[in-house]
Design a protein around this ligand. Structure first.
Ligand code: UTP
Length: 294
């Protein structure tokens, strides 16, 4: 079985829910405690063994490419000032030469269209898709859990989690069949999925939460996928078509997710990552408690 070496990160959405913060800063470069959202996500993917990152970007997002590139002047100055810890932190985040690709989506026509834009770089191998707005804290990290499931059962893997009561209609929802042995009952055969089902028609309360392992045949289907929910080319619709010929499993995520594409989710992520910081966590807790007492 081929291993999962490449990850596609679609970042070309407009980020309307976090405007005006995302007006001049790409949404995924907004901060979560001590670094941009994307830096947290790339670290998660590296820990899962991803070697090549394909960012699907839009206009005004060249700062993403710069973030993962060397900044000679900054590094030289940090070195001269003896700021070796900060320098090491910055250097650890850099991309490897040639291991980050950037493709333009040209227009935000939907997540399915964004993933399709990565087809030539991904080529003919299974690959991960990461929705970088969704910050996931878990041990092992979310994508590593998905890849472990892929290595056990092959095919396609979709990470899912429970939607808050009454909110399933806002998400892509899956229908499940038989549970797979192992994985503490968290891995199950998928029998269907539907994007934003009308309230009352949801096949379950499990929503697709932003980490996938997909087979390259999805690209052929995305190439002629018509517009779906919201007038956008939906990845979910192409996955439903792929289910006719390939197996899909849903892995119920064991961990906590923060939707950083939303103002409150972004705030919550900031607080959670601050509280969990190995050196600054205690100080962060004191600051939050002070704030709540005021
Ligand atoms: P979202 O719908 O959450 O992101 O898409 P958005 O469109 O940026 O946000 P709002 O709804 O306007 O606030 C999930 C992911 O898919 C990417 C987004 O950048 C986000 O990371 N995406 C979405 C694209 O890359 N291209 C698209 O056409 C749509």
């Amino acid at each position: 079985m081929k291993t999962v070496r490449k990850a596609v990160l679609p970042v070309a959405g407009l980020g309307t829910r976090v405007l005006p913060a995302a007006k001049t800063t790409p949404k995924n470069l907004l901060n979560v405690f001590d670094r941009p959202i994307l830096a947290h996500v790339v670290a998660e993917a590296r820990a899962a063994g991803i070697e090549h990152f394909v960012f699907v970007t839009g206009r005004g997002q060249t700062a993403i490419e710069d973030y993962f590139d060397q900044q000679f002047e900054l590094e030289t100055q940090l070195e001269a000032k003896g700021k070796s810890e900060i320098l090491a932190d910055i250097r650890a985040e850099l991309g490897q030469p040639g291991a980050m690709s950037f493709v333009r989506q040209m227009a935000p026509r939907g997540l399915g269209h964004a993933v399709w834009c990565a087809r030539d770089i991904v080529g003919d191998e299974p690959f991960a898709v990461i929705l970088p707005d969704m910050l996931m804290r878990a041990q092992p990290p979310a994508l590593a859990q998905a890849i472990a499931a892929f290595e056990a059962v092959g095919g396609n893997i979709v990470v899912v989690e429970s939607a808050p009561p009454g909110e399933a209609h806002k998400y892509g929802i899956v229908a499940l069949g038989e549970t797979t042995r192992g994985f503490d009952g968290r891995l199950a055969h998928m029998t269907g999925m539907v994007e934003k089902p009308p309230p009352g028609t949801e096949p379950s309360n499990l929503f697709i939460s932003g980490r996938y392992v997909l087979q390259p045949e999805i690209f052929e289907l995305l190439a002629n996928q018509g517009a779906g929910a919201g007038g956008e080319i939906q990845l979910t619709d192409a996955m439903v078509r792929l289910m006719a010929t390939q197996r899909f499993h849903a892995l119920t995520f064991d961990g906590t997710t923060y939707d950083c594409g939303d103002k409150i989710g972004l705030l919550e992520a900031n607080v959670a990552f601050a509280l969990a910081h190995p050196e600054l966590g205690a100080e962060a807790r004191a600051a939050v408690e002070r704030l709540l007492r005021r």
